[in-house]
Write a protein that binds this ligand. Sequence first.
Ligand code: NAI
Ligand code: 15L
Length: 268
Amino acid sequence: MTIKVHHKLLLTGAAGGLGQALRERLKANCDVLRLSDRVRFGEAGAHEEVVLADLSDADAVSAMVQGVDAIVHLGGVSVEGPFGPILQANILGVYNLYEAARKHGVKRVVFASSNHVTGFYRQSQTITTHEPARPDSLYGVSKAFGEDLSRFYFDRYAIETACLRIGSSFPEPRDRRMLATWLSFEDLHRLITACLTTPVLGHSIIFGMSDNAVTWWDNAQARHVGYVPQDSSDVFREAVYARTLAPDLSDAAVQFQGGGFVKAGPFE
Ligand code: NAI
Ligand code: 15L
């Protein structure tokens, strides 16, 4: 399969955990990978460019976006916390990104949304992407805003977006909840590749998960992107059970899909 369909690709949040995991992998998807973050993370290597930009700075974001063919947008606040930074990075920042995409003619974006858009559904439910949002945190609300904003830019300006409601993307599942939510780095790259290469993406919402036996999410509405996960949390199950306590079923973090996010804060 040809996965290099873009000349220049922009990866935001390049200094973060997923940015670092994707830096090498995404080189197969383009001729030139432009890496961006607001913090320094080293020099550009071969076939790379580095552009430092704070997402809340519209001029810096415009310069970051100019000249790229597609965007993988991971940058922003990635956990629950005070509203100020979330507002700047995840709300104003995503607006600045889509305005820059509109001005510079970028037609495809892969947006790192989050399972916390629907974190207040119960762990005993299986939901599709057609269920209404039920954010579990201000962070989740900010990702829901990003999903809605990207839908507006699709309906109005034909900028296609895949909103990836990523579960838990780490080297291994860290606890029992993550056995349901885990997304391996390889599957994350497969998912992003599918979204960058599918002929017609439209505006798609997709749960970012590996092929885990226990899951709360149904991706049947996203068959058109052709994502086929090849990893599974199941190989970690025994070890995770051995090192973690049986869940307290009266704990909201165990009842709801968002886990600890449902009871984080308030912070201000
Ligand atoms: P991270 O926190 O490690 O990386 C986020 C990066 O964004 C950081 O390098 C940070 O410097 C940058 N950033 C923050 N505010 C910024 C601003 N105002 N301007 C420019 N850059 C800014 O997070 P991680 O784990 O790498 O996640 C990447 C994306 O995926 C995030 O958007 C997160 O919300 C989303 N996600 C990640 C999940 C995971 O399991 N790792 C699960 C669900 C969503
Ligand atoms: C997220 O949205 C966070 O970015 C990540 O750090 C994890 O906490 C993940 O969700 C999760 O739900 O496990």
